[in-house]
Write a protein that binds this ligand. Structure first.
Ligand SMILES: Nc1ncnc2c1ncn2[C@@H]1O[C@H](COP(=O)(O)OP(=O)(O)OP(=O)(O)O)[C@@H](O)[C@H]1O
Length: 243
């Protein structure tokens, strides 16, 4: 067999040996992952594992200390968050960030620039009925749809989702994840951060597990879904041997 050709550049997001610090302490240490376009890549880990810190390093909300981030083949780790957003990156932060005093439609309009907001109402028809309601009066699930919609009106190619499911009923999370699945099927690269694994693993392709700032697993969601014991050991810390 001859020499293997070099791998083609990945369309989507690629992170290599990324270290992200907070208050000069390394919280994420030399983490690497690949999230291809058209797929949901799932990032798991217990509370405090460093998932949010890693996502913030990718979006630029927190500066990175070292390592590389590549977006559709372009290096972005030294770019400002707004420049990363212009290149197609969107970050839905933990905690349903919506303007509570604006209506649903106004929330979309302030994020949309010149883009049309109707495509978001098509993705979430339940919000069309709440178009003129103040976002602060919506249910938790509807507010999370608004937070997601605010990211989607900018038509991102790469979507970072931090704990969409937090505090929501399973039926609502299923609805949100179905919409996220549709987005990925339309070609968007999705990196889904979750603390509660089951539903995420049911919609995702690749999976990564972070523990105390280090990546301790890289594989398929199906593999983790089929082996809850493995996930438990990865979470708790006796599974480098098992991985
Ligand atoms: N500003 C800060 N300064 C120092 N340490 C911090 C700071 N913010 C977070 N940390 C610590 O960094 C670690 C990782 O936090 P992070 O929020 O990234 O984890 P996470 O996996 O997203 O957890 P959660 O699911 O609770 O959000 C935690 O131990 C946390 O206490």
């Amino acid at each position: 067999m001859g020499a293997q050709p070099p791998p083609a550049p990945v369309s989507g997001l690629s992170v290599s040996r990324l270290t992200v610090e907070r208050d000069h302490l390394p919280i994420v240490r030399e983490a690497s992952l690949v999230a291809p376009a058209g797929e949901i890549t799932v990032l798991l880990g217990v509370n405090g594992a460093g998932k949010t810190t890693l996502i913030e390093g990718i979006s630029g909300a927190t500066p990175v200390a070292s390592g590389e981030i590549t977006l559709d083949g372009r290096r972005i780790e030294r770019k400002r968050p707004t420049a990363r957003a212009k290149l197609g990156l969107a970050h839905v932060e933990q905690g349903r960030s919506v303007f509570r005093d604006l209506t649903t439609e106004q929330n979309f309009l302030v994020a949309a620039g010149d883009n049309d907001v109707e495509s978001v109402f098509e993705l979430f028809p339940e919000l069309a009925r709440r178009r003129n309601s103040r976002a602060g009066l919506l249910s938790g699930g509807e507010q999370q749809m608004v937070a997601l919609g605010r990211a989607l009106v900018r038509r991102p190619s790469i979507l970072l989702l931090d704990e969409l499911s937090l505090g929501l009923a399973p039926v609502v999370v299923e609805r949100l994840f179905a919409a996220v699945r549709d987005l990925a099927d339309s070609g968007v690269c999705v990196l889904l951060v979750e603390q509660f694994a089951d539903l995420a693993l049911s919609v995702g392709g690749r999976a990564y597990v972070l523990r105390t700032g280090r990546m301790v697993f890289e594989g398929e969601c199906a593999e983790l879904a089929a082996s809850p014991g493995l996930l438990q050991r990865l979470y708790l810390g006796s599974a480098e041997e098992a991985a």
